[in-house]
Design a protein around this ligand. Structure first.
Ligand code: SAM
Length: 290
């Protein structure tokens, strides 16, 4: 009988569906004024961290999420110069955006500085560009308040790399937030938001609620999908909203390819494909969220 002690991280994807990862070490645990932060080390997913018990970022599959939040908008508007990242405390989104040398300014507004500092300590590859790119400015404040006070017509790209719409992330899924993002964006501006998931009801309802508000705020409001093994159901979405640029009609693969950005998940063929959604997802998105 092998009685070796085993440590497992488990996330409740729903009331009766759990996702577990065998853990070698619980690296850090801390409660900030915003959330519970835990870092773990595992074989299969490397080092990862959770906020309030929910998987945020791990070394093994972070490339999927950070490729898909960053490269799609740059392949539609290659002239993006001023970028605002809301959330994104692990630094993965800032890392991918900083690969575009023509981008002039990257403002990152993360409510919890401890997420940044702990990511720099335990996930140095993900957080690698947070303190060594002169274009990147870190603001440790609420993204909702930041966009309310942001200059009109200023940012060419806003990336909402937020937690789910509970706790500090709740305000980032409101009409108020989306309309301030609209105002802060330039005429060719693009908003990409963490758009939840179509599979389990708890996330599908948030997806529909967010989509309803975004499509009432932006003339163009599309959704694209990707496979994120460690997020509930593995089927995850981003929203693409803009004042006039369409993600497919205005896709510029030739220009994007010339940037010579080596990616591990995103590519020009996938750019078109990821906006073709399964029927059940399209039908849910057409529903009016409550
Ligand atoms: N990729 C992850 C996901 O999809 O769940 C999220 C990445 S990142 C860890 C999410 C960040 O959003 C967290 O660091 C959290 O502190 C931050 N956040 C939540 N609410 C916020 C707010 N109102 N303003 C700014 N940052 C916020």
């Amino acid at each position: 009988m092998d009685n070796k002690l085993e440590l497992w991280y488990t996330e409740n994807w729903t009331e009766d569906c759990k996702f577990s990862i065998k853990v070698n070490k619980h690296l850090h645990s801390e409660k900030t004024e915003y959330q519970q932060i835990d870092f773990f080390e595992s074989d299969t997913f490397g080092t990862f961290f959770t906020l309030d018990g929910l998987m945020m970022v791990n070394e093994k599959d972070e490339f999927v999420y950070h490729d898909m939040i960053s490269h799609i908008p740059l392949a539609v508007n290659p002239n993006i110069q001023r970028v605002l990242i809301i959330g994104g405390g692990d630094g993965g989104t800032a890392r991918e955006i900083s690969r575009y040398s023509h981008i002039e300014k990257i403002d990152m507004v993360e409510i919890d500085e401890r997420v940044v500092r702990l990511s720099q300590q335990y996930l140095p590859i993900t957080a690698s560009k947070l303190d060594n790119d002169i274009r990147t400015n870190l603001y440790f404040e609420d993204g909702l308040a930041f966009v309310k006070n942001a200059e009109s017509n200023y940012y060419d790209l806003i990336l909402v790399d937020s937690t789910d719409p509970v706790g500090p992330g709740e305000g980032l899924f409101t009409f108020d937030f989306y309309s301030n993002c609209y105002r802060a964006l330039s005429e060719d501006g693009i908003l990409i938001n963490q758009h939840e998931s179509p599979y389990f009801d708890i996330y599908a309802n948030e997806m529909m609620r967010a989509h309803t508000k975004i499509k009432e705020t932006f003339p163009i409001a599309k959704v694209y999908q990707f496979h994120q093994p460690t997020y509930p159901s593995g089927h995850w979405l981003f929203g693409f909203a803009s004042k006039k640029l369409d993600p497919i009609e205005d896709h510029k693969p030739d220009i994007w390819e010339k940037f010579n950005i080596k990616t591990k998940y995103y590519n020009s063929g996938l750019h078109k494909a990821c906006f073709s959604l399964p029927t059940f997802v399209k039908e849910k998105l057409e529903d009016e969220g409550e």
